[in-house]
Design a binder for this molecule. Structure first.
Ligand code: ZN
Length: 234
């Protein structure tokens, strides 16, 4: 995977994209009389600045919240074909494993656009850091959003002292710092947790910190409201 990405960068990302877009997928689509979902979208997303990438995410969320999705009009077969040999996501997300956060839908995105890491309580672990560093250093993502959500069961459970089965409580130690700042309020704990995890990413990853410092990455935290479908930056 890393080798493949390297060879792309050697070829030049723009040139590579042009090759892909003028290749089999485009030819097949044109022959079939299908209008490509948005060849410009793939082109455009690689050239986004960190601010533009964040804006693209939030704009997509506004469309989702307003029930005006555009990504569902993309031909998924074409999108799959285009991304078989490479991926160029413009944004990375760390969010909770909760089933009520369908990430691509929430941001009105499709195949190949988002690099998503998930773990209950959206906490930062060494494996999460490693995955996101791959997104930043190898894939060149432009923005990274840590997203907590309303009514998060992991944060709620960490706030109680109930005994839980198996290894569930392993998560708690990573959520406790947020609970300490919450004054016993669940919403405040959820917000604080997203913010703390984003800060942890900056602090624990030299890749993320340096890329941010160089102006090539924007790291933010946010909360997703299950009721409205809206993502709000913290
Ligand atoms: Zn959750």
């Amino acid at each position: 995977m890393i080798h493949r990405a390297s060879s792309h960068s050697g070829m030049g990302r723009r040139q590579f994209l042009q090759t892909v877009l003028s290749g089999a997928a485009l030819g097949a689509a044109t022959q079939a009389g299908i209008e490509l979902a948005s060849p410009r979208t793939l082109h455009a997303q690689t050239g986004l600045s960190p601010d533009e990438a964040l804006h693209e995410l939030l704009a997509g969320n506004q469309r989702f919240a307003a029930d005006r999705l555009t990504s569902i009009t993309h031909d998924l077969n074409i999108m799959k074909e285009r991304t078989v040999n490479k991926q160029e996501p413009f944004a990375a997300v760390l969010t909770c494993a909760d089933s009520r956060i369908p990430v691509e839908l929430v941001f009105d995105q499709t195949i190949g656009h988002l690099f998503v890491t998930r773990v209950a309580g959206n906490v930062v672990t060494p494996e999460i850091v490693a995955s996101l560093e791959f997104g930043v250093a190898v894939l060149g993502i432009k923005t990274l959003l840590v997203i907590g959500h309303s009514n998060c069961g992991a944060v709620k459970a960490a706030m109680t002292t109930d005994t839980v089965p198996g290894q569930i409580s392993v998560l708690y130690q990573r959520i406790y710092p947020a609970i300490e700042k919450s004054g016993g309020n669940l919403d405040k704990a959820i917000q604080a947790n997203a913010k703390i995890q984003a800060e942890l990413l900056r602090a624990s990853s030299t890749v993320i910190r340096e890329t941010t410092k160089a102006g090539k990455l924007r790291v933010e935290s946010a909360v997703y409201d299950l009721a409205t479908g809206k993502v709000s930056l913290i």
